[in-house]
Design a protein around this ligand. Structure first.
Ligand code: SF4
Length: 442
């Protein structure tokens, strides 16, 4: 049986380290001469308002540029960098443009002639992924000859890890992204994302672990300088190796289990040859999510439970909450925390995602988002319903709902949503290993 190859190297120097991992993995051997190449970075989030931690959140421009150079050396002239950044307003085209320019993609365009596309400004095409799953993919990736998939090596608070396969979610339209967070337990997020790579052109995956992220995928995670690069011409093998580097056996990562099963592959990597560094030498155990605790009122994130908040229950989100609602999660929790004055609230429960059910007997139930409202608008277990019906919910409506439940919510965090990521920069001050230059063209 021929084995899949995964290369693991330590990142040591610009140019040379990416060259080494690419050569060791044999990843560009099947690159078609004169082909169209689509590069998929991971730009999970952006704000124009402030500088925020990009380490371990966004693919370094360093690795992208090094890949572009290798492609150009092989005579590839038609290169597109494409991404669909999550923004709270789907029609916002300025924020992605600002992201691409700030990350130096404009410079790469001038220097190497690469095209840069916001997938939301391009057409999508329906793709059947088997078992009745249909998602709409960006036309440019579908009609390329070869994909270079460059995610960050990081954890994810729903999927456990987010690597090459999940990174492709950034090439589907918003409707499809919401569909991935399905409420059907047999066809959940892991079932859906396991299929994302199946109908695309050949993929070369390179996992950018110069910075890694515990409790990712965003800037509120615990970010480490790890100096690891992983590459493979087989994206599933790259992801299995990436999961192990983050401390998860592939058999513990449900989307990898689905993907391996779909492809008739063993989940123990017995059909994979790892070359370069030994995975076990570099692997560290990462946690992927914040802890929640049971309280006498139900459930709360551990820091809020420890603070002694009473009269409120805020259950841990599940796989059905999509990214657009997830953007509010931390904000709502921080607002509740700031509103706590030591006096118990009036038995409030807050529900989100698509599957949660109200606890009978609760006095006030806040339904966050259209999905929760649709699911429970006629639910007789709810005594007083306070619904935020938007998809995604709007900040002013969320504030109104909290206040209607008797929580004296201050609007400061919501008013300054764009600025908040900037506060996370303080912890990286005077730490030269966190270098902003990784996010600029050389
Ligand atoms: S309401 Fe929230 S969970 Fe429901 S589809 Fe909209 S963004 Fe997703």
């Amino acid at each position: 049986m021929s084995k899949h190859t995964v290369a693991v190297v330590r990142y040591e120097a610009p140019g040379a380290s990416v060259r080494r991992v690419v050569e060791l993995s044999g990843g560009l051997e099947k690159l078609p001469a004169g082909g169209k190449v689509f590069i998929k970075p991971n730009v999970v989030f952006w704000t124009k308002a402030v500088t925020f931690p990009k380490w371990g959140v966004i693919t370094t421009t360093r690795v992208i540029e090094d890949m572009v150079v290798l492609l150009k050396e092989r005579g590839i002239d038609d290169i597109t960098i494409g991404e669909g950044i999550v923004t709270m307003k789907p029609k916002d085209l300025e924020t992605p443009a600002h992201a691409f320019e700030t990350l130096g993609y404009g410079e790469l365009s001038k220097r190497y002639g690469v095209k840069v596309v916001n997938v939301f400004e391009r057409p999508f095409e329906k793709v059947e992924l088997g078992e009745g799953v249909e998602l709409n993919f960006n036309t440019d990736i579908l009609h390329s000859d070869f994909v270079v998939d460059i995610p960050v090596l990081k954890t994810h608070n729903q999927a456990k890890v987010t690597l090459g396969i999940k990174n492709l979610k950034g090439t589907i339209d918003i409707k499809s992204r919401k569909r991935c967070h399905s409420a059907d337990p047999d066809r959940d997020l892991n079932f859906m994302i396991a299929r994302l790579a199946d109908k695309l052109p050949p993929i070369f995956a390179i996992l950018d672990g110069i910075y890694t992220n515990e409790r990712g995928p965003s800037f509120d995670g615990k970010i480490k300088r790890s100096n690891i690069l992983v590459a493979s011409p087989d994206v599933l093998s790259a992801d299995m190796a990436g999961a192990r580097l983050l401390g998860f056996p592939p058999s513990d990562v449900p989307y990898l289990v689905h993907a391996a099963k779909n492809q008739g592959r063993p989940i123990d990597m017995s059909d994979v040859d790892v070359v370069g560094e030994d995975i076990d030498d570099l692997a560290r155990r990462y946690t992927y999510d914040f802890t929640y605790a049971e309280t006498e009122d139900g459930e709360l994130p551990l820091p809020l439970a420890r603070q002694g908040l009473r009269g409120i229950s805020y259950r841990k989100f599940d796989l059905t909450m999509c990214t657009y609602c997830a953007g509010f999660n931390g904000l709502v929790l921080s607002t509740i925390r700031n509103a706590w004055k030591g006096e118990a609230w009036d038995d409030v429960e807050i529900l989100n995602g698509k599957m949660m059910a109200p606890t009978p007997g609760k006095k006030k139930t806040i339904l966050l988002g259209k999905c929760m409202y649709q699911a429970h608008k006629d639910n007789s277990d709810i005594q007083e319903m306070i619904a935020v019906k938007g998809c995604p919910p709007q900040g002013d409506q969320v504030l109104k709902a909290l206040r209607a439940a008797g929580i004296d919510a201050d609007s400061t965090l919501f008013d300054n949503m764009d600025q908040l990521p900037g506060f996370f920069m303080a912890q990286y001050k005077d730490r030269p290993e966190f270098d902003e230059a990784f996010f600029r063209a050389s």
